[in-house]
Ligand binder design. Structure first.
Ligand SMILES: Nc1ncnc2c1ncn2[C@@H]1O[C@H](COP(=O)(O)OP(=O)(O)OP(=O)(O)O)[C@@H](O)[C@H]1O
Length: 848
């Protein structure tokens, strides 16, 4: 049961009527004649249904006066001291009941209690008592009416006429207002529906925007996560790129080194190849020449039956011999064939055959011509021994050393060596050292040492054999010579030294020039070390002939021993004896490695043509003939194994280093390959991430575009709504019509004032009360003011007589920042929407 004393805002009734619901309010307790008040919306008929019966029943019962116009109603009931009425300007229903300022009806008044129905169509028909009322009620009402008529019948009739006229006028206005209101209501409903629809649409849009915002935030978070991961990957990639860069730099360095090495090797190789090509051609030529020479040598070797050759040279008769009339005992008729014959009256003819026979007419060049091949053999690495054997004064020194005008074999051989060296300088590198010594009385004397230090006694030199089997004389001065001039100086130094010491003691010593040759083959790195012994033996005089005594005898004996030892060595070699007595004398000991089977030897047998020297000549020729029969066998090339081993070790070391370098390069290449693979993978990963980022950005852009489109559409709709609402408000504010209710109520007040005798009209209807209606109708803000419910005692006929706002979707707070300008326009229509119930209730509570 509702509290009837509760004040109800008429506007709420208006809102309630908009809900198109049927409201019922039981007022039977207060107003027994009106059990129920039913009210429908403006399209329906507002019915006072006291018995809670259907309207048709009421109509059938003749309650026509309760039914006003078909589509609009104005009803006012005066029940006792209460009043019930409607506003004419709107379907708002105002029920005034239980107002504390209205005194309760007295018993007499209660007896007169009745209903007054005001109808704009039919006027106040309150005189007609409802048919449905019982007779008691009807009688009371008619008695009341009759009482009125009796009291002031004429005046009331006049007023009634005025009221009827006023009613007609009001009826017309009412019809027009009704039409306008109906139209406005329809428009209002249409717009409300539209507003509702758009609000819902806006809500759905907001929901979609919120979803999109959520989706966007989700994508943004995933994007930030991806960016973070990408940043980490980029950092890792940067570190790996730095490592890769360092590796690349190292690789570049290695590459440059390799390229330089390759270039160097290539250039060196090209140079070598070019040089080899040129050398090859030259070698071809030389090889052909060499082959030719070798053929000749081979033939000669064959003739010599070995590598020892014997040349016989006979000096010319000197001036003294010619003066003394000495006869020539040597026949050189077959000298070209290497034969000579002894012709003497005292000796039978004897022929000797040697490798070459040089008559006294042969000059130094002729002699040396056949010696050149030995010089070549020395530079080829063979040990060569060229010695002159013969009687004193037969020209040994002349043949070996010669004079300034007539250079001997020594000088010419050395000259030939340098000549060949210069010819071979592109293929070989040689080093020539020369030592000069003499052997006297089985003592070795260094002529270069004594020559440089003449006052210093020459130290005793011994022959030693190295671990490699090479004989050498420790402490022997070895003069390095690089050209023939230096050779000449050295030879002169030795000669001078020998001349300084030339006494009877050593006049007939053996003078030895040792030329040590070190050579290196530039093509194959082959090194050689060879010796050329140039020996000017002491004279081989017969002791008996010289009649020497004392020291001379001793000298002669030593010379003979030396020569005898040489003869023994040669004999042993000739006989291929297992033991060769090289150490029987200093001379043979020194010449050991040059008289062996792997050496080449050339002996000049110097003879005198004088018949007086015939026996000596024959001895020398016999000795030479014995030497000639010696077969030294194939010469052996003297290789320098030390250098060879050293170079071999160097080559091995270089090969190992090259292998290590190759392994390092391989490792570097593998690491570079791995790094390149890693970088490729990282690049691919980065590319994929970038593509993913692009896709996400594109998706985000699309989402933003859609959201923007939604927002724009919403804004446009809201602007449209705002414009429509503004138009509607403008239309509502345009007509300035006098408030119908005011007029009506004014008339009604007039009526009340005119009927002051009617206490319920004059007392209960204060003049201020209609003004309130007027003000509220014309000024909606008044409805918002806090009314004094207890003071006014107003009650709504509607059981839910309170403002029920249009149910709207809860506002959604969009995360998308809306544009500033549309924001105001967007919110403007929303502001006019009804507040939420809770807010409204709070507001009401606060105002209370
Ligand atoms: N083929 C020759 N043509 C011209 N003169 C010669 C020839 N051989 C030797 N003589 C001369 O004979 C002389 C003696 O020669 P040489 O001194 O060379 O003999 P030797 O055998 O060396 O004597 P020794 O054994 O004493 O040294 C020198 O004056 C030299 O000029």
């Amino acid at each position: 049961m509702e509290d009837h004393n509760q004040w109800h805002d008429p506007l709420l009734l208006t809102d309630v009527s908009r809900q198109q619901q049927i409201f019922s309010h039981d007022i039977s307790s207060t107003y027994p004649n009106f059990q129920t008040l039913e009210m429908r919306n403006s399209e329906d008929v507002y019915v006072i249904n006291p018995d809670s019966q259907p309207l048709e029943d009421k109509v059938s019962q003749g309650i026509k006066e309760l039914r006003f116009v078909a589509d609009f109603k104005f009803w006012a009931g005066i029940v006792g001291r209460s009043m019930l009425g409607f506003s004419l300007t709107s379907p708002d229903l105002v029920v005034c009941t239980g107002s504390p300022d209205i005194p309760k009806p007295t018993s007499a008044e209660k007896e007169m209690e009745s209903s007054v129905v005001l109808s704009l169509e039919e006027g106040i028909n309150g005189v007609e008592v409802e048919a449905s009322r019982d007779s008691h009620e009807s009688s009371k009402f008619s008695s009341f009416w009759h009482t009125l008529e009796e009291t002031d019948g004429s005046k009331v009739t006049g007023d009634l006429k005025k009221l009827q006229e006023e009613r007609d006028y009001l009826k017309k206005e009412l019809l027009e207002a009704k039409k306008a209101i109906v139209q406005l209501k329809r428009e209002n409903e249409v717009k409300s529906n539209e507003c509702m629809r758009k609000s819902m649409h806006v809500g759905s849009l907001a929901c979609a925007v919120e979803g999109q915002v959520k989706e966007k935030s989700k994508w943004l978070s995933s994007l930030s996560s991806l960016k973070r991961n990408l940043k980490l990957d980029q950092i890792k990639l940067s570190e790996e790129a730095l490592k890769y860069k360092n590796c690349l730099e190292e690789m570049d360095d290695l590459k440059s080194i390799i390229q330089v090495s390759d270039l160097f090797l290539t250039n060196a190789g090209l140079l070598i190849v070019t040089q080899q090509v040129s050398d090859h051609d030259e070698l071809k030529r030389k090889i052909s020449d060499g082959e030719k020479q070798r053929k000749e040598l081979y033939n000669k070797v064959l003739e010599l039956k070995g590598n020892i050759r014997v040349f016989c040279r006979c000096r010319p008769l000197n001036t003294e011999e010619i003066a003394s009339g000495a006869r020539v005992a040597v026949d050189f008729e077959s000298a070209k064939d290497g034969e000579l014959a002894i012709r003497s009256n005292t000796h039978p003819r004897k022929t000797f055959k040697f490798d070459a026979v040089f008559s006294p007419q042969a000059d130094q060049a002729d002699v040396f011509e056949d010696t050149v091949p030995f010089a070549t053999s020395v530079l080829d690495g063979y040990n060569v021994c060229i010695f002159a054997y013969g009687q004193t004064g037969t020209g040994k020194t002349f043949t070996m050393e010669g004079t300034h005008e007539f250079r001997g074999v020594n000088y010419r051989t050395l000259a030939e060596l340098f000549q060949i060296i210069s010819e071979r300088q592109k293929l070989f590198r040689y080093e020539i050292r020369v030592s000069v010594l003499e052997v006297y009385n089985e003592q070795i004397r260094d002529l270069l040492a004594s020559g440089t230090q003449p006052n210093v006694a020459s130290k005793r030199l011994e022959i030693k054999q190295s671990s490699e089997g090479v004989l050498h004389v420790p402490g022997l001065v070895e003069a390095h010579v690089s050209n023939i001039s230096e050779v000449w100086e050295v030879l002169q130094t030795g000669s001078n030294a020998r001349a300084v010491g030339a006494t009877n003691a050593n006049e007939h010593s053996s003078r030895i020039h040792c030329v040590m040759v070190k050579g290196e083959n530039l093509l194959n790195g082959e090194c050689i070390r060879s010796k050329l012994w140039l020996v000017d033996l002491a004279g081989s005089e017969r002791i008996a002939k010289t009649e020497a005594q004392g020291e001379r005898l001793k000298e002669a004996q030593n010379i003979n021993r030396s020569l005898s030892a040489l003869g023994d060595v040669i004999s042993a070699l000739a006989n291929k004896s297992s033991h060769v007595p090289f150490r029987n004398s200093k001379l043979t000991h020194l010449l050991q490695d040059s008289l062996g089977g792997d050496s080449k030897a050339l002996m000049f047998v110097q003879i005198s043509p004088n018949e007086n020297d015939l026996s000596e000549t024959i001895c020398s020729l016999n000795f030479a003939s014995r030497v000639k029969g010696v077969e030294l066998g194939p010469a052996k090339k003297q290789l320098d194994n030390t250098e060879f081993l050293r170079y071999k070790q160097l080559v091995e070391k270089t090969k190992q280093e090259a292998k290590l370098k190759d392994v390092q390069i391989k490792k570097m290449e593998e690491s570079i390959h791995n790094l390149e693979t890693k970088v490729k993978e990282k690049d691919q990963k980065n590319k994929n991430l970038q593509e993913k980022m692009k896709e996400l950005e594109a998706q985000l852009l699309l989402e933003r575009k859609l959201a923007r489109q939604h927002v724009d559409t919403k804004i446009a709709e809201q602007q449209q709504q705002h414009q429509m609402r503004q138009q509607f408000e403008d239309q509502n504010s345009d007509p300035v019509r006098p408030p119908l209710v005011a007029k009506a109520l004014k008339n009604f007040n007039d009526l009340s004032s005119n009927t002051q005798n009617l206490p319920q009209l004059s007392d209960q209807n204060d003049h201020k009360t209609p003004l309130c209606f007027l003000e509220k109708e014309n000024n909606p803000e008044i409805g918002e003011l806090p009314p004094p419910p207890k003071k006014t005692g107003r009650a709504s006929l509607c059981p839910t007589a309170q403002r029920i706002p249009i149910a709207s979707n809860p506002r959604r707070n969009s995360l998308i920042p809306l544009p500033s300008t549309p924001m105001t326009t967007v919110h403007s229509p929303l502001v006019k929407l009804p507040l939420q119930p809770s807010l409204e209730q709070n507001k009401e509570e606060r105002t209370r």
